[in-house]
Design a protein around this ligand. Structure first.
Ligand code: FDA
Length: 391
């Protein structure tokens, strides 16, 4: 049996940040990962270039039952702190769009910064190691694992959410929370494509592969980004973003003409100015030709032949397209998990359980879900750093 100051379970973004920071502070740290390798999601993120943070990262970009919870950690370990860390290792980056920062040298370099720092500061790392049992007693936390028994005063759970089980995602964090009587907010797939049934799907399948700029809304939330038609429904950044706000049965509204202020007015003027033009030609000024053609096929004939009622229907179809997804592609395709360990039971300063001394939860397993665009890694870095100050 070996004793440490802290044991961290989960060698992803949050666990690695926590391990390196605690080890830098001189703590004796053990990091346990059940996969053969560390940071699997870091490696595949951002198409292999890791969108490691966002210049605009701030609490408004996170969904949680307590919108204030993320403020403390995000303000104490910011995007600029993470940028300084990687810069000190000679890593360079570029902004792709909307403040999203990607690593020039590839995702592997971000992982290497974290693992090098763990190694240099003496954090012990065990990969391919299964935790069979966790118990709490006079000696602190006792973990029975496939590599032996370990004890520590602090136990940090950094095992992430349920997205992409194929990559090693498990419900371990929720099991531990339950074991220690903590509340869990319902977990759901987020940043995930929508599925549709019947007529909507038939239309989308026809357009599979077509992308268009759109404003997609659900309730009071909107995102202006690209939308992608697929064989199963809708995807693309705008759809992934809104999926985090959507609940089954709710309507999603799509504006395919975000640059046209009043599309009914625009259509009416076009009918007056170009009565002989085809609708698909007019729509083609703003939409990809396949999409313009598919929409226009419902209203054949030149613009001059269309009534005001028909123009209103076309305007609604293009600017206020109402859709009720039949569901999402689920955890198999989701980038993150919405919900998780309730923030009611955690200190926002330390990430420690209010009920169970020495037990910490960090990263995606907590009920804090970021937008697409580097926000989720920033939460992993910030929450991991915060816990590391106290373990
Ligand atoms: P993470 O999932 O990274 O790590 C958890 C670790 O715990 C894993 O290594 C897992 O194997 C391990 N584990 C699980 N159960 C265990 C158990 N029982 N015992 C031991 N170990 C266990 N975000 C972003 O900001 N920018 C981006 O570019 C992307 N891109 C992206 C692409 C894809 C395809 C996905 C699926 C996700 C993203 N994300 C993202 C989201 C981002 O990857 C995610 O939010 C963070 O990795 C969360 O970090 P955590 O450390 O909390 O969990």
């Amino acid at each position: 049996m070996t004793k440490f100051d802290a044991i961290i379970v989960g060698g992803g973004a949050a666990g690695l940040m926590c391990a390196r920071e605690a080890a830098t502070r001189g703590r004796r740290v053990l990091l346990i990962e059940h996969n053969k390798g560390l940071g699997a999601k870091i490696l595949i993120s951002g198409g292999g270039r890791c969108n490691f943070t966002n210049e605009d990262a701030g609490p408004n970009a996170y969904i949680s039952h307590n919108p204030h919870f993320a403020k403390s950690a995000l303000s104490r370990y910011t995007q600029w702190d993470f940028i300084s860390l990687i810069a000190s290792h000679g890593v360079t980056w570029h902004e792709k769009t909307l403040g999203q920062l990607f690593c020039d040298q590839g995702a592997g370099r971000i992982l290497k910064v974290l693992t090098d720092e763990c190694q240099e500061n003496g954090a012990k790392i065990l990969t391919g190691t299964k935790v069979d049992k966790v118990s709490f007693g006079a000696g602190g936390y006792r973990l029975e694992t496939s590599a032996g028994v370990f004890e520590a005063e602090s136990l940090v759970i950094a095992t992430g959410g349920l997205s992409i089980p194929k990559m090693g995602a498990t419900g371990f964090a929720y099991d531990i929370a339950r074991q220690f009587g903590m509340k869990i907010e319902t977990t759901e797939a987020a940043l995930v494509p929508f599925t549709f049934s019947d007529a909507d799907l038939a239309f989308m399948k026809l357009l599979a592969g077509v992308a268009a700029d759109a404003v997609v809304s659900c309730g009071r939330t909107s995102f202006a980004e690209a939308l992608l038609f697929t064989h199963r429904g809708l995807s693309g950044p705008a759809i992934l973003q809104i999926s985090s706000y959507w609940h089954p049965g709710e309507t999603v509204t799509v504006n395919l003409l975000p640059k046209v202020q009043d599309s009914f007015d625009w259509l009416r003027k076009a009918r007056d100015d170009r009565p002989k033009a085809a609708l698909k030609t007019l729509l083609g000024d703003h939409l990809p030709s396949r999409l313009a053609e598919a929409i226009a096929s419902e209203w054949p004939g030149p613009l001059g032949s269309l009534s005001n009622k028909q123009l209103q229907a076309i305007s609604d179809r293009c600017s206020r397209w109402q859709l009720v997804p039949s569901g999402t592609e689920g955890f198999k395709k989701a980038e993150v998990t919405r919900g998780g360990i309730s923030t009611d039971g955690l200190s926002s300063k330390t990430m420690e359980s209010k009920k169970q001394p020495g037990l910490y939860f960090i990263g995606e397993c907590v009920d804090v879900t970021g937008w697409l665009g580097g926000y989720n890694f920033q939460w992993a870095w910030s929450s991991g750093w915060a816990a590391a100050q106290y373990i």
